[in-house]
Ligand binder design. Structure first.
Ligand code: BGC
Length: 381
């Protein structure tokens, strides 16, 4: 009997323990699992996804042509800088055809571009398409060349274009030592496309320092072609520059030396250099100016066929234009350092003017090679 009682007691204790164990298990497990899982997972996932969508905004980049080396560099630099900032980029080149440029910009707007960066072929021709851009909420930035007559243009990224012309004119003055030398020296002029607002700044900048020597007779223009529109070159085309200079050289310089050619850029300077090789035989080889430090012109410089160029580092320009795009998208302040020079007919367009640098055989290594703009091999030809 005692044994039976002891057994019963033992059984009761075992069940009691099991029951106790059950009651202790339940309250421990449940409250621990639930609050841990929910608050940790939810807030982490949501905010991570949203900014990724914002970063893929579309930006159109419209360049005038692939024919001139610099625009390929400008386009590539713009694309890489904008992509690095998280934008999707539609880069187009318009073969120097204004109608093609307009339709490319129309496509960018139709595809939902939030901004377009444009280097205009004809600065007067974009009014209608840019009105569409404005209507669609697409911001417009003028790149290198100002777009005229459109209030859709928000900012302008360029170089100090007047200073480019001053550098070209001053180079001629210094090299011929006009301050101490009465000459007379013969000079001819050539600039770019009449639809490019930049020629007003390049040509006026050069004439701001050269005009007094023309007026005093120290510089003589044998062709008499000294007005901007007389010396313009459609499309900045080297072949047209060559043709015009072959005429000038055979008509006015068959028995006279030509001492200087104020050429506004490298493509026109190249046309002049080619004309000199075919239609000029005087021993005096003229000083030829230029702009862009285009590879062909740098090779001409190394060969003694072009005296100077103006280096405009397209990496700097692209960086400023990309910063402008980013500031517009984020509602922050864009980089601006000039609010008085560039009026496009609808008012002053706030601008950033990058610094041009005069480049000659004496400093090209520092400007172009050391800055890794070119390699020595690229210039060796
Ligand atoms: C640019 C020059 C270029 C020329 C021809 C101008 O608007 O400022 O750098 O040489 O166009 O493309």
């Amino acid at each position: 009997m005692k044994k039976l009682l002891a057994l019963l007691l033992a059984l009761v204790m075992v069940f009691g323990l099991v029951a106790c164990a059950n009651t202790t298990e339940e309250p421990v497990e449940e409250p621990v699992e639930e609050p841990v899982e929910t608050p940790v997972e939810e807030p982490v996932e949501e905010p991570v996804e949203e900014p990724v969508e914002e970063e893929s905004l579309l930006v159109g980049v419209s360049m005038p042509t692939k024919d001139l080396q610099r625009w390929n560099q400008d386009g590539a630099n713009m694309q890489s800088q904008l992509e690095a900032a998280g934008y999707e980029v539609d880069l187009q080149f318009a073969a120097n055809d204004s109608a093609m440029q307009i339709s490319q910009i129309e496509n960018m707007i139709a595809n939902g571009a939030k901004a377009v960066v444009i280097s205009a072929i004809d600065g007067e021709a974009l009014g209608t398409v840019l009105a569409q851009a404005k209507e669609a909420g697409c911001a417009v930035i003028a790149y290198d060349r100002l777009i005229m007559g459109s209030d859709a243009v928000t900012y302008y990224a360029t170089f100090d274009n007047f200073l480019v012309g001053v550098m070209q004119g001053q180079y001629i003055i210094d090299t011929l030592d006009l301050a101490n030398n009465e000459g007379p020296f013969n000079i001819e002029f050539i600039t770019g496309d009449p639809g490019d607002n930049n020629i007003n700044f390049f040509f006026d900048g050069a004439m701001s320092v050269l005009q007094e020597y023309v007026d005093s007779g120290v510089l003589v223009c044998q062709s008499g072609q000294t007005e901007k529109l007389d010396v313009a070159t459609e499309g900045w085309d080297a072949a047209k520059a060559q043709e015009r200079f072959e005429n000038i050289l055979s008509t006015y310089y068959a028995d006279k030396p030509l001492h200087a050619v104020m050429a506004s850029n490298d493509s026109t300077a190249q046309g002049v250099a080619t004309a000199l090789s075919t239609a000029y035989s005087n021993d005096v080889y003229p000083i030829i100016t230029g702009q862009d430090c285009d590879i062909v012109s740098m090779q001409n410089m190394l060969d003694g066929k072009q005296a100077m160029s103006v280096f405009k580092d397209t990496r700097d320009l692209a960086a400023k234009a990309a910063e402008m795009v980013d500031a517009i998208m984020k509602g922050t302040e864009p980089p601006i350092n000039d609010e008085e020079t560039y009026d496009n007919g609808t008012g002053i367009i706030p601008s950033y003017l990058c610094a041009p640098k005069a480049c000659t055989i004496d400093n090209y290594k520092e400007l172009l090679i050391e800055s890794e703009y070119y390699t020595e091999d690229q210039l060796a030809g």
